[in-house]
Write a protein that binds this ligand. Structure first.
Ligand SMILES: *[C@@H]1O[C@H](CO)[C@@H](O)[C@H](O)[C@H]1NC(C)=O
Ligand SMILES: *[C@@H]1O[C@H](CO)[C@@H](O)[C@H](O)[C@H]1NC(C)=O
Ligand SMILES: *[C@@H]1O[C@H](CO)[C@@H](O)[C@H](O)[C@H]1NC(C)=O
Ligand SMILES: *[C@@H]1O[C@H](CO)[C@@H](O)[C@H](O)[C@H]1NC(C)=O
Ligand SMILES: *[C@@H]1O[C@H](CO)[C@@H](O)[C@H](O)[C@H]1NC(C)=O
Ligand SMILES: *[C@@H]1O[C@H](CO)[C@@H](O)[C@H](O)[C@H]1NC(C)=O
Ligand SMILES: *[C@@H]1O[C@H](CO)[C@@H](O)[C@H](O)[C@H]1NC(C)=O
Ligand SMILES: *[C@@H]1O[C@H](CO)[C@@H](O)[C@H](O)[C@H]1NC(C)=O
Length: 419
């Protein structure tokens, strides 16, 4: 207890000494600094030796914040900005507690509050410096247009003005380009932007609120370009280094496809609820996600239209980790010739078959085709056309489809005669 009192004496003494060398009257064991957050509540402490006939006045400069005497609140002279936001702990006053409960802080509440208490035993004066900070969790955005790519670290509401630093690859600090606006509550809205240039494959920004002693980090990394053949599978990597992983924080993982000016959500995972979402039947997570630190995504049976840039986003309210990877899917060289031969073979055999047993075969193929067109899995990603979809399908599925094509030709008299 004693050591604690001495320590707190030094902590209150040091800032006072630095702040005003001229007047020692500011040096006081009774000054305390209280930091609150915008919109939240705080207690301004004040204690006294209890005695009869308690009179309490709280003031901020010359404005009346709160008064209490004759055993009741005296609020006639209370400044309007404190109305309904302030109270004493009525049940605690007789124990020597004159602390103020302050609700829904605004930036204008910052200031030096003085607590004057008198009783029949004596008087005390105590000073509380109230500081108010704001820090809404920032976001890191990755955007590109046809010629440039950018990273934007953005914070919607922060106070005081934060320290923003950018690093490229390991350590280089680069100059930042910060757009700043002041919002209605007096907080800053900041967009700090850099161009992704040269061969640099990782960028990091840190936004620090020195008052609230809170730092948020955004990191972007680009993986090597992947080259794959049509109908192969690919593993898109997203495995954060341990030092960057949001330890003991709730986090979400999203995979999306980045296009110029937009992005399309592919998969989602939220750690606290273990909620997962996969938007395409050809996608799957590499591992069971429970306690996993590997959020790599497998894409099966690649199509040409899968070429593009993929972004994995792991975000907690302390950090965001973005990993991008570009995928190039190339056409299998033999595919077009092979398909033409298959089509011809299929059409000829279908014509032959249908001339032998027309009715039975026709209805059976129709049923097979129906199953093929509407597989049981939910397939709600339809960026690729049907033609390509069928080209990408496995060998097993292809003949069924071609048989159907043949039987349609036969059903339509015009086409049938041309064959
Ligand atoms: C006064 O009472 C309130 C409510 O019990 C408590 O939170 C606060 O810490 C007390 N303050 C002091 C200075 O004892
Ligand atoms: C990453 O995810 C966070 C949280 O869902 C989101 O606020 C942020 O905009 C995302 N960033 C990108 C580049 O998608
Ligand atoms: C891409 O963005 C940069 C920087 O904002 C801009 O200078 C350039 O004109 C943009 N290009 C296109 C094609 O919109
Ligand atoms: C970053 O630093 C690590 C070691 O700290 C080093 O192995 C690596 O090559 C550095 N990377 C770059 C791009 O400088
Ligand atoms: C990014 O590039 C655009 C033009 O391409 C330029 O206007 C802008 O100043 C650059 N920003 C930074 C931070 O270098
Ligand atoms: C990125 O890398 C290039 C070399 O490829 C270098 O010239 C440039 O200064 C680096 N830094 C930034 C911020 O782009
Ligand atoms: C993710 O959630 C699981 C289960 O709720 C939990 O055990 C684990 O600690 C969480 N991971 C992190 C990094 O918070
Ligand atoms: C961060 O997230 C935790 C729970 O996920 C929440 O309790 C906390 O208030 C958040 N912090 C900020 C600064 O938003």
């Amino acid at each position: 207890m004693k050591a604690q009192a001495v320590l707190s004496f030094f902590f209150t003494l040091i800032p006072s000494l630095c702040g005003s060398q001229a007047s020692f009257s500011h040096v006081s064991m009774n000054e305390q600094i209280v930091t609150g957050r915008l919109g939240e509540d705080v207690i301004l402490p004040c204690s006294f030796e209890s005695g009869p006939n308690v009179v309490i006045h709280w003031k901020n400069q010359d404005t009346n914040v709160y008064s209490y005497y004759k055993d009741s609140d005296q609020l006639e002279n209370q400044d309007p900005r404190y109305v309904n936001r302030i109270s004493l702990f009525r049940g605690e006053i007789h124990n020597g507690n004159a602390s103020l409960s302050f609700r829904r802080l605004t930036l204008q509440d910052e200031g030096i509050y003085v607590c004057y208490v008198g009783t029949s035993l004596g008087k005390i004066t105590k000073k509380v410096v109230l500081k108010v900070g704001a820090f809404v969790t920032p976001v890191m955005k990755y955007e590109k247009n046809t010629t440039n790519s950018f990273l934007i670290c953005s914070v919607l509401s922060v106070f005081p003005y934060p320290i923003i630093t950018w690093k490229v690859d390991n350590n280089t600090f680069i100059s930042e380009n910060n757009g700043k606006e002041v919002g209605s509550l007096g907080t800053f809205h900041i967009n700090s932007r850099v161009n992704i240039t040269g061969s640099n494959s990782s960028y990091q920004c840190a936004i620090e609120n020195p008052l609230l002693k809170q730092t948020w980090t955004g990191r972007w990394t680009m993986k090597d370009v992947l080259h794959k053949m049509q109908s192969e599978n690919v593993l898109l990597l997203c495995k954060p280094e341990n030092s960057l992983f949001p330890a003991n924080q709730d986090f979400t993982v999203t995979w999306s496809r980045v296009e110029s000016g937009s992005s399309l959500l592919l998969a989602y995972f939220k750690n606290s609820s273990q909620e997962t979402l996969i938007n395409q039947p050809r996608l799957s997570w590499k591992e069971e996600l429970i306690n996993s630190r590997d959020f790599s995504l497998t894409v099966k049976d690649l199509r040409l239209s899968d070429s593009g840039e993929y972004l994995c986003n792991i975000s907690s309210n302390k950090s965001t980790l973005l990993t991008t990877q570009t995928l190039h899917v190339e056409a299998s060289p033999r595919a077009p010739a092979g398909i033409i031969v298959l089509v011809l073979v299929a059409i000829i055999s279908a014509v032959l078959l249908l001339s032998v047993a027309p009715r039975a075969v026709r209805s059976q193929r129709c049923i097979d085709f129906h199953k093929e067109r509407h597989p049981p899995t939910n397939q709600n990603s339809s960026s690729a056309g049907t033609a390509e979809e069928n080209v990408g399908r496995t060998q097993k599925a292809r003949p069924l489809h071609l048989f159907f094509m043949a039987s349609t030709f036969n059903l339509s008299p015009g086409v049938s005669t041309s064959v």
